[in-house]
Design a protein around this ligand. Structure first.
Ligand code: BES
Ligand code: MN
Ligand code: ZN
Length: 503
Protein backbone atom coordinates (compact mmCIF):
# COMPACT_ATOMS: atom_id res chain seq x y z
CA UNK A 1 0.00 0.00 0.00
CA UNK A 2 1.39 3.38 -0.99
CA UNK A 3 0.26 6.70 0.44
CA UNK A 4 1.22 9.83 -1.47
CA UNK A 5 0.99 13.29 0.00
CA UNK A 6 0.84 15.83 -2.81
CA UNK A 7 -0.15 19.43 -3.46
CA UNK A 8 -1.15 18.99 -7.10
CA UNK A 9 -4.68 19.73 -8.33
CA UNK A 10 -7.13 16.85 -7.86
CA UNK A 11 -8.29 16.82 -11.48
CA UNK A 12 -4.75 16.10 -12.69
CA UNK A 13 -4.25 12.96 -10.60
CA UNK A 14 -4.87 9.76 -12.55
CA UNK A 15 -6.26 6.63 -10.93
CA UNK A 16 -9.55 4.88 -10.37
CA UNK A 17 -11.50 7.24 -8.13
CA UNK A 18 -11.33 10.91 -7.28
CA UNK A 19 -13.15 11.48 -3.98
CA UNK A 20 -14.91 14.82 -3.55
CA UNK A 21 -16.10 15.69 -0.08
CA UNK A 22 -19.27 17.79 -0.19
CA UNK A 23 -20.66 19.80 2.71
CA UNK A 24 -24.38 20.07 3.32
CA UNK A 25 -24.26 23.86 3.07
CA UNK A 26 -25.53 25.42 -0.18
CA UNK A 27 -23.09 26.14 -2.98
CA UNK A 28 -20.14 24.08 -4.15
CA UNK A 29 -16.60 25.29 -3.45
CA UNK A 30 -14.84 26.67 -6.51
CA UNK A 31 -12.61 23.66 -7.03
CA UNK A 32 -15.58 21.27 -7.11
CA UNK A 33 -17.67 23.44 -9.37
CA UNK A 34 -14.70 23.73 -11.75
CA UNK A 35 -14.46 19.96 -11.90
CA UNK A 36 -18.22 19.77 -12.33
CA UNK A 37 -18.12 22.12 -15.29
CA UNK A 38 -15.28 20.28 -17.01
CA UNK A 39 -17.01 16.91 -16.73
CA UNK A 40 -20.32 18.17 -18.06
CA UNK A 41 -22.30 19.07 -14.97
CA UNK A 42 -22.59 15.53 -13.59
CA UNK A 43 -22.07 16.56 -9.98
CA UNK A 44 -24.81 19.15 -9.92
CA UNK A 45 -27.08 16.69 -11.65
CA UNK A 46 -26.38 14.01 -9.02
CA UNK A 47 -27.21 16.57 -6.37
CA UNK A 48 -30.48 17.41 -8.06
CA UNK A 49 -31.41 13.70 -8.15
CA UNK A 50 -30.91 12.65 -4.58
CA UNK A 51 -27.32 13.10 -3.35
CA UNK A 52 -27.86 15.51 -0.48
CA UNK A 53 -24.38 15.58 1.13
CA UNK A 54 -25.84 14.17 4.34
CA UNK A 55 -23.02 12.85 6.57
CA UNK A 56 -21.81 9.49 5.23
CA UNK A 57 -23.76 9.49 1.96
CA UNK A 58 -21.83 8.26 -1.06
CA UNK A 59 -22.51 8.49 -4.79
CA UNK A 60 -20.27 7.00 -7.45
CA UNK A 61 -20.19 8.66 -10.87
CA UNK A 62 -18.52 7.34 -13.99
CA UNK A 63 -16.83 10.12 -15.89
CA UNK A 64 -15.28 10.12 -19.32
CA UNK A 65 -13.92 13.62 -19.52
CA UNK A 66 -12.75 16.56 -17.50
CA UNK A 67 -10.55 14.82 -14.94
CA UNK A 68 -7.79 12.23 -15.05
CA UNK A 69 -9.50 9.74 -12.71
CA UNK A 70 -12.03 7.27 -14.13
CA UNK A 71 -14.71 7.86 -11.53
CA UNK A 72 -15.81 10.42 -8.99
CA UNK A 73 -17.05 9.51 -5.53
CA UNK A 74 -19.20 12.18 -3.96
CA UNK A 75 -18.81 11.90 -0.21
CA UNK A 76 -21.37 13.57 2.04
CA UNK A 77 -19.64 15.46 4.85
CA UNK A 78 -22.80 16.77 6.52
CA UNK A 79 -22.75 20.19 8.17
CA UNK A 80 -19.33 21.83 8.15
CA UNK A 81 -19.62 23.09 11.72
CA UNK A 82 -20.34 19.58 13.00
CA UNK A 83 -17.44 17.84 11.34
CA UNK A 84 -14.73 16.79 13.79
CA UNK A 85 -11.95 14.20 13.63
CA UNK A 86 -14.04 11.58 15.34
CA UNK A 87 -16.60 11.79 12.54
CA UNK A 88 -13.92 12.04 9.87
CA UNK A 89 -12.46 8.74 11.06
CA UNK A 90 -15.83 7.00 10.71
CA UNK A 91 -16.43 8.58 7.33
CA UNK A 92 -13.05 7.55 5.94
CA UNK A 93 -13.32 4.00 7.18
CA UNK A 94 -16.72 3.55 5.55
CA UNK A 95 -15.45 5.15 2.40
CA UNK A 96 -12.51 2.75 2.16
CA UNK A 97 -14.77 -0.27 2.61
CA UNK A 98 -17.04 1.03 -0.12
CA UNK A 99 -14.15 1.77 -2.48
CA UNK A 100 -12.83 -1.74 -1.98
CA UNK A 101 -16.25 -3.14 -2.77
CA UNK A 102 -16.10 -1.17 -6.01
CA UNK A 103 -12.78 -2.81 -6.90
CA UNK A 104 -10.85 0.41 -6.63
CA UNK A 105 -7.11 0.11 -7.00
CA UNK A 106 -6.28 3.73 -6.34
CA UNK A 107 -8.02 6.86 -5.15
CA UNK A 108 -7.19 10.48 -4.51
CA UNK A 109 -8.82 13.10 -2.33
CA UNK A 110 -8.24 16.33 -0.52
CA UNK A 111 -7.50 15.98 3.18
CA UNK A 112 -10.81 16.43 4.98
CA UNK A 113 -10.52 19.17 7.61
CA UNK A 114 -12.02 19.15 11.06
CA UNK A 115 -14.02 22.15 12.24
CA UNK A 116 -12.99 21.52 15.83
CA UNK A 117 -10.03 23.79 16.55
CA UNK A 118 -8.64 21.32 19.05
CA UNK A 119 -7.94 18.84 16.25
CA UNK A 120 -4.40 19.41 14.99
CA UNK A 121 -3.20 19.11 11.42
CA UNK A 122 -0.95 16.14 12.21
CA UNK A 123 -3.85 14.29 13.86
CA UNK A 124 -5.91 15.00 10.73
CA UNK A 125 -3.30 13.43 8.50
CA UNK A 126 -2.94 10.55 10.95
CA UNK A 127 -6.68 9.93 10.82
CA UNK A 128 -6.63 9.52 7.03
CA UNK A 129 -3.88 6.90 7.06
CA UNK A 130 -5.12 5.07 10.14
CA UNK A 131 -8.75 4.88 9.08
CA UNK A 132 -7.77 3.44 5.75
CA UNK A 133 -5.43 0.74 7.02
CA UNK A 134 -7.51 -0.11 10.02
CA UNK A 135 -10.79 -0.49 8.12
CA UNK A 136 -9.32 -2.72 5.44
CA UNK A 137 -7.65 -5.11 7.88
CA UNK A 138 -8.61 -8.74 7.36
CA UNK A 139 -7.88 -11.99 9.17
CA UNK A 140 -8.32 -14.91 6.79
CA UNK A 141 -5.43 -17.11 7.85
CA UNK A 142 -7.53 -20.22 8.23
CA UNK A 143 -9.73 -20.04 5.14
CA UNK A 144 -8.30 -22.70 2.86
CA UNK A 145 -9.99 -21.08 -0.11
CA UNK A 146 -9.31 -17.41 0.29
CA UNK A 147 -11.96 -15.75 -1.76
CA UNK A 148 -10.43 -13.13 -4.01
CA UNK A 149 -13.50 -10.99 -3.64
CA UNK A 150 -11.72 -7.72 -3.95
CA UNK A 151 -8.84 -6.22 -5.80
CA UNK A 152 -6.77 -4.62 -3.04
CA UNK A 153 -6.40 -0.87 -2.95
CA UNK A 154 -2.72 -0.22 -3.66
CA UNK A 155 -2.41 3.54 -3.75
CA UNK A 156 -4.01 6.59 -2.17
CA UNK A 157 -3.07 10.21 -2.77
CA UNK A 158 -3.99 12.93 -0.32
CA UNK A 159 -3.91 16.53 -1.42
CA UNK A 160 -2.89 19.35 0.92
CA UNK A 161 -1.43 22.85 0.57
CA UNK A 162 2.14 23.14 -0.66
CA UNK A 163 3.09 24.80 2.62
CA UNK A 164 1.80 21.76 4.53
CA UNK A 165 3.59 19.12 2.47
CA UNK A 166 6.56 18.57 4.71
CA UNK A 167 4.69 18.17 7.97
CA UNK A 168 1.93 16.12 6.32
CA UNK A 169 4.48 13.67 4.95
CA UNK A 170 6.06 13.29 8.35
CA UNK A 171 2.72 12.70 10.07
CA UNK A 172 1.68 10.19 7.42
CA UNK A 173 4.86 8.23 7.85
CA UNK A 174 4.43 8.10 11.58
CA UNK A 175 0.79 7.08 11.33
CA UNK A 176 1.72 4.32 8.92
CA UNK A 177 4.23 2.86 11.40
CA UNK A 178 1.76 2.89 14.26
CA UNK A 179 -1.16 1.42 12.36
CA UNK A 180 1.11 -1.32 10.97
CA UNK A 181 2.13 -2.19 14.51
CA UNK A 182 -1.54 -2.19 15.48
CA UNK A 183 -2.71 -4.44 12.64
CA UNK A 184 0.06 -6.95 13.36
CA UNK A 185 -1.06 -7.39 16.93
CA UNK A 186 -4.70 -7.70 15.82
CA UNK A 187 -3.50 -10.92 14.19
CA UNK A 188 -2.19 -12.14 17.54
CA UNK A 189 -5.50 -11.45 19.27
CA UNK A 190 -7.50 -13.12 16.49
CA UNK A 191 -5.31 -16.23 16.54
CA UNK A 192 -6.99 -19.15 18.32
CA UNK A 193 -5.38 -20.28 21.56
CA UNK A 194 -4.19 -23.63 20.18
CA UNK A 195 -2.07 -21.65 17.72
CA UNK A 196 -1.10 -18.73 19.91
CA UNK A 197 0.27 -20.43 23.02
CA UNK A 198 2.34 -18.49 25.56
CA UNK A 199 5.46 -19.91 23.88
CA UNK A 200 4.34 -18.72 20.46
CA UNK A 201 3.48 -15.30 21.82
CA UNK A 202 7.02 -15.10 23.22
CA UNK A 203 8.43 -16.24 19.87
CA UNK A 204 6.56 -13.42 18.17
CA UNK A 205 7.91 -10.88 20.66
CA UNK A 206 11.46 -12.12 20.06
CA UNK A 207 11.26 -11.93 16.28
CA UNK A 208 9.58 -8.54 16.34
CA UNK A 209 12.23 -7.21 18.73
CA UNK A 210 14.99 -8.49 16.47
CA UNK A 211 13.41 -6.73 13.50
CA UNK A 212 13.07 -3.49 15.45
CA UNK A 213 16.53 -3.69 17.01
CA UNK A 214 15.29 -3.74 20.61
CA UNK A 215 16.19 -6.29 23.25
CA UNK A 216 13.86 -9.07 24.39
CA UNK A 217 14.32 -11.60 27.18
CA UNK A 218 11.99 -14.55 27.70
CA UNK A 219 11.82 -16.36 31.04
CA UNK A 220 10.40 -19.89 31.32
CA UNK A 221 8.83 -21.73 34.26
CA UNK A 222 12.11 -22.37 36.10
CA UNK A 223 13.17 -18.73 35.98
CA UNK A 224 9.71 -17.50 36.91
CA UNK A 225 9.91 -19.80 39.95
CA UNK A 226 13.32 -18.41 40.83
CA UNK A 227 12.00 -14.85 40.67
CA UNK A 228 9.28 -15.84 43.14
CA UNK A 229 6.29 -15.05 40.95
CA UNK A 230 4.03 -17.48 42.74
CA UNK A 231 0.78 -15.66 41.92
CA UNK A 232 1.62 -15.90 38.23
CA UNK A 233 2.64 -19.57 38.57
CA UNK A 234 -0.54 -20.35 40.47
CA UNK A 235 -2.62 -19.33 37.48
CA UNK A 236 -0.38 -21.22 35.03
CA UNK A 237 -0.45 -24.38 37.16
CA UNK A 238 -3.59 -25.89 35.62
CA UNK A 239 -2.27 -25.80 32.08
CA UNK A 240 0.03 -28.06 30.11
CA UNK A 241 1.47 -25.00 28.36
CA UNK A 242 4.57 -23.44 29.87
CA UNK A 243 4.11 -19.88 31.15
CA UNK A 244 6.36 -17.20 29.67
CA UNK A 245 7.49 -13.92 31.18
CA UNK A 246 8.57 -11.56 28.42
CA UNK A 247 10.62 -8.40 28.91
CA UNK A 248 11.26 -6.15 25.90
CA UNK A 249 13.39 -3.03 26.19
CA UNK A 250 13.67 0.02 23.96
CA UNK A 251 16.66 2.01 25.16
CA UNK A 252 17.66 4.85 22.85
CA UNK A 253 21.04 6.54 23.34
CA UNK A 254 19.38 9.79 24.34
CA UNK A 255 16.18 9.42 26.29
CA UNK A 256 13.91 11.36 28.60
CA UNK A 257 12.35 9.30 31.32
CA UNK A 258 11.59 5.64 31.81
CA UNK A 259 8.22 3.96 31.33
CA UNK A 260 7.09 0.38 31.90
CA UNK A 261 4.20 -0.95 29.83
CA UNK A 262 2.72 -4.14 31.30
CA UNK A 263 0.26 -6.47 29.57
CA UNK A 264 -2.06 -9.28 30.66
CA UNK A 265 -1.32 -12.27 28.44
CA UNK A 266 -3.88 -14.97 29.22
CA UNK A 267 -3.87 -16.85 25.90
CA UNK A 268 -7.04 -18.63 26.98
CA UNK A 269 -9.25 -17.93 29.98
CA UNK A 270 -11.53 -20.86 30.78
CA UNK A 271 -12.01 -19.48 34.28
CA UNK A 272 -10.02 -22.36 35.80
CA UNK A 273 -11.76 -24.36 38.54
CA UNK A 274 -14.24 -21.44 38.87
CA UNK A 275 -15.07 -22.34 35.29
CA UNK A 276 -16.91 -19.98 32.97
CA UNK A 277 -20.22 -20.87 31.28
CA UNK A 278 -19.61 -22.30 27.80
CA UNK A 279 -21.56 -19.58 26.00
CA UNK A 280 -19.06 -17.06 24.69
CA UNK A 281 -16.07 -18.92 26.14
CA UNK A 282 -14.53 -19.11 22.68
CA UNK A 283 -14.00 -15.36 22.82
CA UNK A 284 -11.64 -15.83 25.75
CA UNK A 285 -8.81 -16.44 23.29
CA UNK A 286 -8.67 -12.63 23.27
CA UNK A 287 -7.69 -12.45 26.94
CA UNK A 288 -4.13 -11.65 25.86
CA UNK A 289 -5.27 -8.36 24.28
CA UNK A 290 -3.25 -6.36 26.83
CA UNK A 291 -0.11 -8.40 26.11
CA UNK A 292 -0.59 -7.98 22.37
CA UNK A 293 -1.07 -4.24 22.82
CA UNK A 294 2.13 -4.09 24.87
CA UNK A 295 4.04 -5.83 22.08
CA UNK A 296 2.45 -3.50 19.50
CA UNK A 297 3.36 -0.43 21.57
CA UNK A 298 7.00 -1.60 21.75
CA UNK A 299 6.94 -2.13 17.99
CA UNK A 300 5.54 1.37 17.39
CA UNK A 301 7.84 3.09 19.89
CA UNK A 302 10.87 1.43 18.28
CA UNK A 303 9.77 2.20 14.72
CA UNK A 304 9.17 5.85 15.66
CA UNK A 305 12.45 5.97 17.62
CA UNK A 306 10.70 7.81 20.45
CA UNK A 307 13.40 9.11 22.84
CA UNK A 308 12.03 7.45 25.97
CA UNK A 309 13.42 4.40 27.73
CA UNK A 310 10.51 1.95 27.52
CA UNK A 311 10.10 -1.55 28.93
CA UNK A 312 7.38 -3.85 27.59
CA UNK A 313 6.52 -6.54 30.14
CA UNK A 314 4.19 -9.44 29.45
CA UNK A 315 3.05 -12.28 31.69
CA UNK A 316 1.65 -15.03 29.45
CA UNK A 317 -0.07 -18.28 30.39
CA UNK A 318 -3.36 -20.20 30.11
CA UNK A 319 -6.02 -20.30 32.82
CA UNK A 320 -7.24 -23.91 32.82
CA UNK A 321 -9.02 -26.34 35.15
CA UNK A 322 -7.24 -29.62 35.82
CA UNK A 323 -5.93 -31.87 38.57
CA UNK A 324 -2.97 -29.56 38.97
CA UNK A 325 -4.96 -26.32 38.86
CA UNK A 326 -5.12 -23.94 41.78
CA UNK A 327 -8.37 -24.00 43.74
CA UNK A 328 -10.71 -21.45 45.26
CA UNK A 329 -9.57 -20.80 48.81
CA UNK A 330 -5.87 -21.31 48.04
CA UNK A 331 -3.41 -18.76 49.35
CA UNK A 332 -0.27 -17.73 47.45
CA UNK A 333 2.67 -15.54 48.35
CA UNK A 334 3.36 -13.07 45.55
CA UNK A 335 6.78 -11.86 44.38
CA UNK A 336 6.30 -8.73 46.51
CA UNK A 337 5.94 -10.87 49.63
CA UNK A 338 2.29 -9.93 50.06
CA UNK A 339 -0.15 -12.83 50.34
CA UNK A 340 -3.32 -13.35 48.30
CA UNK A 341 -6.37 -15.48 48.92
CA UNK A 342 -7.67 -16.91 45.63
CA UNK A 343 -11.40 -16.51 46.22
CA UNK A 344 -12.19 -17.12 42.55
CA UNK A 345 -9.82 -18.66 40.02
CA UNK A 346 -11.53 -16.71 37.22
CA UNK A 347 -10.13 -13.43 38.58
CA UNK A 348 -6.74 -14.54 37.24
CA UNK A 349 -5.66 -11.43 35.36
CA UNK A 350 -5.00 -9.45 38.52
CA UNK A 351 -2.98 -12.37 39.93
CA UNK A 352 -0.50 -12.51 37.07
CA UNK A 353 -0.40 -8.70 37.02
CA UNK A 354 0.37 -8.56 40.75
CA UNK A 355 3.73 -10.17 40.01
CA UNK A 356 4.29 -8.41 36.67
CA UNK A 357 3.55 -5.00 38.21
CA UNK A 358 5.79 -5.69 41.18
CA UNK A 359 8.56 -6.68 38.78
CA UNK A 360 7.98 -3.39 36.92
CA UNK A 361 8.33 -1.35 40.13
CA UNK A 362 11.76 -2.92 40.72
CA UNK A 363 12.93 -1.27 37.48
CA UNK A 364 12.21 2.12 39.13
CA UNK A 365 10.32 3.70 36.22
CA UNK A 366 8.79 7.20 36.18
CA UNK A 367 5.48 5.61 35.34
CA UNK A 368 3.83 2.25 34.78
CA UNK A 369 0.98 1.73 32.30
CA UNK A 370 -0.77 -1.62 32.32
CA UNK A 371 -3.24 -2.90 29.76
CA UNK A 372 -5.57 -5.79 30.54
CA UNK A 373 -8.84 -7.36 29.45
CA UNK A 374 -9.46 -7.47 33.15
CA UNK A 375 -13.17 -7.38 33.98
CA UNK A 376 -16.60 -8.05 32.53
CA UNK A 377 -17.74 -5.26 34.85
CA UNK A 378 -16.03 -2.59 32.76
CA UNK A 379 -18.10 -3.75 29.79
CA UNK A 380 -21.20 -3.25 31.92
CA UNK A 381 -20.02 0.21 32.95
CA UNK A 382 -18.67 1.62 29.66
CA UNK A 383 -19.70 -0.79 26.91
CA UNK A 384 -17.43 -0.97 23.90
CA UNK A 385 -16.99 2.78 23.43
CA UNK A 386 -14.37 3.57 26.04
CA UNK A 387 -11.47 1.97 27.88
CA UNK A 388 -11.67 2.20 31.67
CA UNK A 389 -8.81 4.23 33.15
CA UNK A 390 -7.63 3.97 36.76
CA UNK A 391 -4.72 5.92 38.13
CA UNK A 392 -3.02 7.18 41.28
CA UNK A 393 -1.72 10.28 39.51
CA UNK A 394 -3.75 13.16 38.08
CA UNK A 395 -0.98 14.51 35.86
CA UNK A 396 -0.73 11.13 34.15
CA UNK A 397 -4.51 11.07 33.83
CA UNK A 398 -4.49 14.40 32.00
CA UNK A 399 -1.73 13.23 29.70
CA UNK A 400 -3.58 10.01 28.91
CA UNK A 401 -6.80 11.94 28.29
CA UNK A 402 -4.96 14.17 25.83
CA UNK A 403 -3.54 11.10 24.09
CA UNK A 404 -7.04 9.62 23.95
CA UNK A 405 -8.43 12.74 22.32
CA UNK A 406 -5.65 12.84 19.75
CA UNK A 407 -5.71 9.16 18.87
CA UNK A 408 -9.48 8.78 18.86
CA UNK A 409 -9.27 5.93 21.40
CA UNK A 410 -11.57 7.07 24.19
CA UNK A 411 -10.78 6.52 27.88
CA UNK A 412 -12.94 7.26 30.89
CA UNK A 413 -11.52 7.66 34.38
CA UNK A 414 -12.99 5.66 37.24
CA UNK A 415 -12.00 6.15 40.89
CA UNK A 416 -9.50 4.17 42.97
CA UNK A 417 -10.49 5.63 46.34
CA UNK A 418 -9.27 4.01 49.53
CA UNK A 419 -12.95 3.30 50.43
CA UNK A 420 -12.92 0.45 47.93
CA UNK A 421 -9.85 -1.18 49.48
CA UNK A 422 -12.13 -2.60 52.20
CA UNK A 423 -13.94 -4.65 49.56
CA UNK A 424 -10.87 -6.75 48.76
CA UNK A 425 -9.87 -7.49 52.35
CA UNK A 426 -9.29 -11.16 53.08
CA UNK A 427 -9.96 -12.99 56.34
CA UNK A 428 -6.81 -15.04 56.11
CA UNK A 429 -4.39 -13.27 53.72
CA UNK A 430 -3.34 -9.67 52.99
CA UNK A 431 -5.84 -9.31 50.16
CA UNK A 432 -8.32 -11.43 48.20
CA UNK A 433 -8.80 -11.47 44.46
CA UNK A 434 -12.49 -10.53 44.24
CA UNK A 435 -14.67 -7.78 45.69
CA UNK A 436 -18.30 -7.79 46.78
CA UNK A 437 -20.87 -9.50 44.55
CA UNK A 438 -22.36 -7.12 41.95
CA UNK A 439 -20.41 -4.12 43.25
CA UNK A 440 -17.86 -2.06 41.32
CA UNK A 441 -16.10 -5.07 39.81
CA UNK A 442 -13.66 -3.12 37.68
CA UNK A 443 -12.77 -0.75 40.52
CA UNK A 444 -12.07 -3.52 43.01
CA UNK A 445 -9.91 -5.22 40.35
CA UNK A 446 -7.98 -1.94 40.03
CA UNK A 447 -7.70 -1.69 43.85
CA UNK A 448 -6.13 -5.13 43.82
CA UNK A 449 -3.52 -3.98 41.28
CA UNK A 450 -2.91 -0.76 43.22
CA UNK A 451 -1.99 -2.86 46.25
CA UNK A 452 1.13 -3.99 44.37
CA UNK A 453 2.14 -0.66 42.86
CA UNK A 454 3.53 1.13 45.89
CA UNK A 455 4.26 4.79 45.20
CA UNK A 456 5.06 4.50 41.49
CA UNK A 457 2.86 6.71 39.29
CA UNK A 458 0.61 4.25 37.50
CA UNK A 459 -2.24 3.95 35.01
CA UNK A 460 -4.32 0.84 34.58
CA UNK A 461 -6.31 0.51 31.36
CA UNK A 462 -9.13 -2.04 31.43
CA UNK A 463 -9.63 -2.86 27.74
CA UNK A 464 -12.10 -5.75 28.20
CA UNK A 465 -14.79 -3.79 26.36
CA UNK A 466 -12.63 -2.25 23.65
CA UNK A 467 -10.19 -4.98 22.61
CA UNK A 468 -12.75 -7.02 20.73
CA UNK A 469 -15.78 -6.18 18.60
CA UNK A 470 -18.74 -8.18 17.41
CA UNK A 471 -18.77 -5.91 14.35
CA UNK A 472 -21.61 -3.72 15.58
CA UNK A 473 -19.74 -0.53 16.17
CA UNK A 474 -16.35 -0.75 14.60
CA UNK A 475 -16.26 -0.10 10.98
CA UNK A 476 -14.54 -3.06 9.45
CA UNK A 477 -14.18 -6.63 10.57
CA UNK A 478 -15.30 -8.49 13.64
CA UNK A 479 -12.70 -9.50 16.19
CA UNK A 480 -9.57 -7.77 17.47
CA UNK A 481 -9.53 -3.99 17.36
CA UNK A 482 -5.91 -3.33 18.30
CA UNK A 483 -7.09 -1.27 21.26
CA UNK A 484 -4.38 0.50 23.26
CA UNK A 485 -1.61 0.65 20.66
CA UNK A 486 -2.30 4.10 19.23
CA UNK A 487 -3.40 5.44 22.61
CA UNK A 488 -0.35 4.45 24.63
CA UNK A 489 2.13 5.15 21.83
CA UNK A 490 0.72 8.67 21.69
CA UNK A 491 0.91 8.85 25.49
CA UNK A 492 4.60 7.93 25.45
CA UNK A 493 5.23 10.56 22.77
CA UNK A 494 3.50 13.15 24.96
CA UNK A 495 5.69 12.16 27.90
CA UNK A 496 8.83 12.53 25.80
CA UNK A 497 7.71 15.98 24.64
CA UNK A 498 6.85 17.05 28.20
CA UNK A 499 10.17 15.84 29.58
CA UNK A 500 12.14 17.37 26.70
CA UNK A 501 10.54 20.78 27.14
CA UNK A 502 11.26 20.73 30.86
CA UNK A 503 15.01 20.52 30.31
N1 BES B 1 -10.89 -12.17 31.17
C1 BES B 1 -11.95 -11.92 32.06
C2 BES B 1 -12.62 -10.57 31.83
C3 BES B 1 -13.30 -10.34 30.51
C4 BES B 1 -14.66 -10.45 30.41
C5 BES B 1 -12.60 -9.96 29.41
C6 BES B 1 -15.31 -10.21 29.23
C7 BES B 1 -13.23 -9.73 28.21
C8 BES B 1 -14.58 -9.83 28.12
C9 BES B 1 -11.45 -11.96 33.49
O1 BES B 1 -10.38 -12.81 33.73
C10 BES B 1 -12.57 -12.45 34.34
O2 BES B 1 -12.95 -13.58 34.20
N2 BES B 1 -13.07 -11.60 35.22
C11 BES B 1 -14.14 -11.93 36.07
C12 BES B 1 -13.79 -11.47 37.47
C13 BES B 1 -14.71 -11.97 38.53
C14 BES B 1 -14.53 -13.47 38.71
C15 BES B 1 -14.39 -11.25 39.81
C16 BES B 1 -15.37 -11.20 35.56
O3 BES B 1 -15.26 -10.08 35.09
O4 BES B 1 -16.44 -11.80 35.59
MN1 MN C 1 -11.01 -14.81 34.18
ZN1 ZN D 1 -9.17 -13.21 32.13
Amino acid sequence: MRFNIVSTALNTISGDVCVLGIYKEKGLPKQVSDIDRSCGGMIKEAMRYGFNAEFGRQCLLHVDKGIKAKRILLLGLGKRSELDLKKIRILLARMCLYLRQQNTKSYCMQLIRSSDRRDSFSDTVEAHITSHESALYEFNQYKTERKEEYIPIVEASFVCLASELKSAKESAKKAHHVVQAMNLIRNLVNEPSNMLTPSNLARYAVSMSKRDGISCKVYGRKEIEKMGMRAFLGVAKGSAEEPKFIVMEHKPKKSHGKICVVGKGITFDSGGISIKPSKGMDEMKMDMGGAAATIGIMDAVARLKIPVHVYGIVAACENMPSGTAQKPGDVVETMSGKTVEIANTDAEGRLILADALHYATTLKPDAIVDLATLTGAVVVALGSHATGMFTNNSVLAKTMEAAAFQSGEAVWRLPVWEDYQEDVKSDIADIKNIGLPMEAGSITAAMFLKFFIGKTPWIHLDIAGTAWTDGRKHIGVKGATGSGVRLVTRFIEEISEMKASRR
